[in-house]
Design a protein around this ligand. Structure first.
Ligand SMILES: Nc1nc2c(ncn2[C@@H]2O[C@H](COP(=O)(O)OP(=O)(O)OP(=O)(O)O)[C@@H](O)[C@H]2O)c(=O)[nH]1
Ligand SMILES: [Mg+2]
Length: 444
């Protein structure tokens, strides 16, 4: 069975849902989607001014009737004939006035006339089932709706526009070609030249490299809404909290001339180079017997261990934290703070003064550049699932040698194709689709 044509596409129900956000606004759109003929018939009961033979995509002004047939509102109606619609089915959109009460009346009116309230993501799922979009693009739509920064929006849009889908489709094509070649060799072993074998192997090796490259373009594969964490650490009084406040543009953390001011790890969201980042200020690292301060130092260690980037603040002429105080494996950017004060300079360190603002622009740029490795260099956002599928496709192709039998190579290529199909949807199971679409909102 083609896995995409599951119950979501085949139940024959007319779906109804609000397509615009909850709350008041100038307009609210109620959308209906379902089998050809049924949607129009139902919509004409609700909006009697729709002509019997409407023109697709033309706006008609009509009263909108509630369950009892009383006029609940008045607005524009658009009819989209199947398959030239967002879901591929027959679609009607009612543009009502943006009151939640009116929207509910209209949805209830549609339900009383035989429609069913759509489940989260169900419209998109039908679009997927009808081949209007592929799974990677559908996920992009979900991400774009929730994008909270320029960077997130850009990467989600990359998915929506098919940046990942196109590359995955090209790799699938290539692997299918290799499979044909390998299977020809299985069928007509004697006839195939030795050349054929090396060509299949070379193609597998380069497809594998392309898969790994694509995975790195996709970045660390963050779940939506999980933003990178940048943690400021350093000796007491190094100017960490002042820098934290300067980056945020507000006096969030306490600053005093006393060493050991900060105790709790203080976290705030901020945007750097168009990316949302969680910035954390921490207690100065030092040996101490004072109980509260020691708790603060321990909290600083925990925050540092979970960081995607550490900003190590060091006063000009001051001490850097000992290597042993910093967690292993977390990228470090050493900063010389209080650059407005005289002091011994060290080459190659970024100099900043939270007091005068010197170096802050360069620091923001540098943070942005360092985060690329976890956010991805590609023009699309790699979801964890997509990145894992790319890597498991690559892993399936690992370890094939020129001497190996063609059956094994063919099996590996099939496994690679299966993993890639989970990105674009060809091999996605109902269970996977359920999981993905359950994160969408109703009306999508
Ligand atoms: N001249 C100058 N003074 C600064 C600068 N940044 C911080 N200071 C001063 O240095 C002192 C310590 O600053 P904090 O930001 O509290 O230092 P901290 O690293 O957070 O200190 P702890 O929380 O105690 O670890 C304060 O008196 C600040 O005014 C700077 O860029 N230039
Ligand atoms: Mg502080």
């Amino acid at each position: 069975m083609a896995p995409l044509v599951g119950d979501a596409a085949g139940d024959g129900d007319v779906l109804v849902a609000r397509a615009t956000p909850v709350g008041t606004g100038a307009l609210a759109i109620v959308r209906l989607s379902g089998p050809a003929g049924r949607v129009l018939a139902l919509a004409r009961e609700m909006a009697p001014r729709i002509p019997a033979r409407p023109q697709a995509r033309r706006a008609y002004l009509s009263p909108f009737l509630d369950e009892e047939g009383s006029v609940a509102d008045e607005g524009l109606v658009l009819w989209f004939a199947s398959p030239a619609s967002s879901t591929g089915e027959e679609v009607v959109e009612l543009q009502a006035h943006g009151s939640p009460a009116v929207v509910e009346l209209l949805v209830a009116s549609a339900v009383s006339r035989g429609a069913r309230r759509a489940r989260p993501g169900e419209f998109t799922r039908r679009a997927l089932a009808n081949g209007k979009i592929d799974l990677a693009r559908a996920e992009g739509i979900g991400l774009l709706a929730g994008a909270a920064s320029r960077g997130e929006a850009r990467r989600a849009l990359g998915l929506v526009r098919g940046e990942l889908s196109r590359k995955v489709a090209a790799l699938r094509e290539e692997l299918l070609g290799v499979l044909v070649e390998l299977e020809a060799r299985l069928d007509f072993a004697e006839d195939v030249e030795r050349d054929g074998e090396t060509s299949a192997l070379a193609r597998i090796v380069s497809a594998r490299a392309a898969l790994r490259l694509l995975a790195s373009e996709a970045g660390a594969g963050r779940a939506p809404g999980v933003v990178p964490t940048v943690v400021i650490v350093g000796a007491p009084n190094a100017g960490k909290s002042t820098l934290f406040n300067a980056l945020l543009g507000e006096d969030r953390a306490l600053v005093t001339e006393l060493a050991g001011t900060t105790r709790d790890a203080v976290a705030e969201m901020f945007e750097v180079e168009g990316e949302r980042v969680r910035l954390v200020d921490t207690a100065g690292l030092r040996e101490t017997t004072e109980r509260l301060e020691r708790l603060g130092v321990e909290a600083a260690g925990r925050a540092a261990a979970g960081a995607d980037l550490l900003l190590v603040a060091r006063e000009a002429g001051g001490e850097s934290p000992a290597r042993g105080d910093l967690p292993e494996g977390v990228p470090v950017l050493v900063l010389e703070t209080k650059a407005d004060l005289p002091g011994e300079r060290r080459d190659g360190e970024l100099r900043v003064s939270a007091r005068t603002g010197e170096g802050l622009t360069a620091l923001r740029r540098e943070i942005g550049a360092r985060l690329v490795s976890c956010l991805g260099t590609g023009e699309f956002g790699g979801l964890p699932r997509q990145r894992e599928a790319l890597l498991s496709a690559a892993a399936a192709l690992d370890g094939l040698g020129a001497e190996g039998p063609a059956e094994i190579a063919a099996g590996a290529v099939r496994a690679g194709l299966h993993a890639l199909g989970e990105i674009t949807g060809e091999t996605a199971t109902e269970e996977l689709l359920d999981r993905i679409f359950s994160t969408f909102c109703v009306g999508k």
